[in-house]
Design a protein around this ligand. Structure first.
Ligand code: PMP
Length: 337
């Protein structure tokens, strides 16, 4: 039995998440696949780590003062992390979010006390994009800071100093590969940099959903998107500040159907209820495992990120009507009789 050490403040509950061996994925890959349980953070996602580092960094730089406001544009999880950290530190939170994200995230943000500003989804070049809207709001609000998770490298520092050393220690220094998808890129870049500092032979793979431009960028130098995905929180069209100099050795592209297959398998066979980005990450980890085995690393050990809880998507991924609308397969056990 693993008993975690007691901690002094609620903010110390962020990070130090468990790492679990995933049986189905390990079998499929023919080697060991491990999942870092980021849904175990207080805000139920990997983004609590970035929220904490971004807010601490703004405090350290003297930009964020008692009673101040943190403003951010987010698909939801970063907002939830920021709202919790801001509450614990005595700040207000304003979150700008595209209105096509899950209702659970919007309800959660309001419940946590954040002010929620919904904007229509649009391309990054449009000044009405949620990222630009959040920057303008921060500029117009006295005492506010803009978290700027995409280009603020305090985000990836959370993974260089936190997630990567945790994985290295939990794997007892025996790890051959790491992969995950990118939203801001903070996780893949930060964990990649952190793990390479321990052992530069650890293969770092980007797992990209359809509709994102990074697969083509790392495969042949061109930022070019193909297809589309309903996965929330991942899928990037540019090299963000956090992705700059990320040590990516190889890349995979994973469809929503393949990701959903792993979400279903992990739920029904291993009792883990996850969001789609986790399913896509696990599919990528299986590909990376197979590649390492084919390259002669027979007992390869691969780690990926289980980014957030499936409870955040009851109205979407776990809702047969929503899935049918998106022409995606409905989980067998949810099919109408
Ligand atoms: N999965 C989910 C559910 C997310 O909300 C995010 C954050 N946008 C990610 C994955 C990707 O993390 P990162 O921003 O560190 O690339």
């Amino acid at each position: 039995m693993n008993i975690t050490k007691p901690v002094g403040t609620t903010l110390d509950l962020i990070g130090n998440t468990p790492l679990v061996r995933l049986e189905g994925p390990s079998k499929a890959a023919g080697c060991e696949i491990w999942g870092k349980c980021e849904f175990a953070n207080p805000g139920s996602s990997v983004k609590d780590r970035a929220a904490l580092y971004i807010i601490r960094d703004a405090e350290d730089r003297g930009e964020l003062k008692p009673g101040g406001t943190v403003v951010e544009g987010t698909a939801g999880n970063t907002g939830i992390g920021i709202a919790l950290v801001a509450n614990a530190r005595g700040y207000k939170t304003v979150i700008v979010m595209p209105d096509n994200q899950s209702k659970e995230k919007m309800d959660t943000l309001r419940a946590l006390g954040a002010e929620l500003v919904l904007v229509p989804p649009t391309k990054f070049a449009d000044p009405a994009h949620f990222v630009h809207t959040s920057r303008r709001l921060a500029e117009e609000t006295p005492g506010a800071v803009w978290a700027n998770q995409f280009d603020n490298i305090a985000n990836r520092k959370a993974h260089i100093e936190g997630t990567a050393p945790e994985i290295w220690e939990q794997m007892e220094g025996r790890i051959d590969g790491f992969t995950c998808a990118a939203g801001t890129g903070g996780t893949i870049a930060g964990v990649g940099m952190g793990l390479k500092a321990f052992d530069e032979n650890i293969r770092i793979a980007l797992t990209d959903p359809h509709g994102a431009a990074l697969y083509n960028y790392y495969a042949n130098g061109e930022l070019k998107a193909e297809g589309s995905s309903v996965a929330e929180g991942i899928g990037q069209g540019r090299i963000t500040g956090n992705l700059d100099s990320a040590p990516i050795d190889t890349q995979f592209r994973i469809s929503d159907e393949e990701g959903l297959k792993w979400v279903a398998n992990l739920l029904r066979e291993e009792g883990l209820c996850l969001g789609l980005s986790s399913g896509i990450n696990v599919a990528g980890a299986v590909e990376l495992g197979k590649q390492l085995v084919a390259d002669g690393r027979k007992s390869a050990r691969v780690v990926t990120i289980l980014c957030d809880t499936g409870f955040r998507y009851l109205s979407t991924l776990y809702n047969p009507e929503w899935l049918a609308q998106k022409e995606l397969p409905v989980f067998d056990w949810l099919k109408p009789a």
